[in-house]
Design a protein around this ligand. Structure first.
Ligand code: ZN
Length: 281
């Protein structure tokens, strides 16, 4: 077999097989744990995140925060205690912590992001990479929403989250679900010659395309005790559709709505959020 047709799985290390060769970066799937990941050396360049990332391609996403998900995570955080310390790793524009601050003003909130975050009363923002900052403390709850799919060294990332979490504290990770109805439909459409939705979901900024079992396997392998997987989508208003014309965009929108509804029934939703306890030291 050609050496480019196999790459070590980023979750379990087994030889992953080339499934899609494309200029934007080839995709591999692991037969052992079903994880899908991008071959980094097949990608033209690894781009930085300019304003374009927030303002153009993901406008609807950032303008319509997922408050239902925020409330779900809030439920877990408040169980830790009314004065719990919370760290958001890759806070983006800080929407989640601002939501939490409005609902639970007693919590001690810190957000870290490589991009600047608009100031907010009662929240400490730190600019930088949370795993490199050497924060001299640990938090009762460490969250990371829509970040891990962008990370190359996912084992190192999870170890970093765990190191920032106090013993007995919570680690919460939200990411994509490559075995969702939506992703499956995009793969089927690509097979029929329509690659737009596929390339949108398997975008070049994403290098690890998790499914529910591969995410669980990764976190479990780093010593986190899994409490629950929450299956969810995003609000329809937050769906960024890219289509060559308005009628095609309308058809895509109906398709996404259907994929979300079916995904909810079958527990094959577009996104997943996993809640774990740091049972270790
Ligand atoms: Zn694997």
């Amino acid at each position: 077999m050609d050496k480019d047709e196999e790459k070590s799985c980023t979750v379990c290390g087994a030889p992953g097989r080339l499934t899609v060769a494309r200029p934007e970066g080839s995709l591999y799937r692991c037969p052992a744990c079903d994880h899908c990941f991008s071959g980094l050396e097949t990608m033209p360049e690894h781009e930085s995140y300019g304003d374009e990332y927030y303002d153009e391609k993901h406008r609807a996403w950032f303008e319509n925060p997922n408050t239902e998900l925020f409330d779900y995570i809030q439920g877990w955080v408040t169980r830790v205690g009314p004065r719990a310390s919370v760290l958001d790793v890759g806070a983006g524009r800080g929407d989640f912590l601002r939501h939490l601050r409005a609902k639970e003003p007693g919590l001690a909130l810190t957000g870290v992001d490589v991009s600047p975050i608009p100031p907010a009363e009662g929240i400490t923002w730190i600019r930088g990479d949370a795993l490199d900052l050497k924060l001299a403390r640990r938090f009762d709850a460490v969250l990371s929403l829509a970040v891990i799919e962008h990370v190359v060294d996912i084992h190192g990332f999870v170890r970093g989250l765990k190191a920032l979490c106090a013993p007995g504290g919570l680690v919460v990770v939200m990411t994509v679900n490559d075995r969702s109805i939506l992703y499956g439909a995009a793969r089927a459409m690509r097979w029929l010659g329509l690659s737009g939705p596929f390339n949108r979901l398997y975008e070049k900024h994403h290098v690890n395309h998790f499914n529910v079992s591969s995410l669980r396997r990764l976190l479990d392998s780093e010593g986190l005790s899994i409490i629950e997987t929450h299956y969810h989508n995003i609000p329809m208003a937050a769906v960024d559709i890219e289509a060559p014309s308005a009628p095609i965009a309308a058809i895509y929108r109906v398709g996404v709505r259907g994929a979300f509804a079916l995904g909810t029934i079958l527990r094959k939703t577009y996104l997943q959020t996993i809640v774990c306890r740091n049972a270790g030291p």
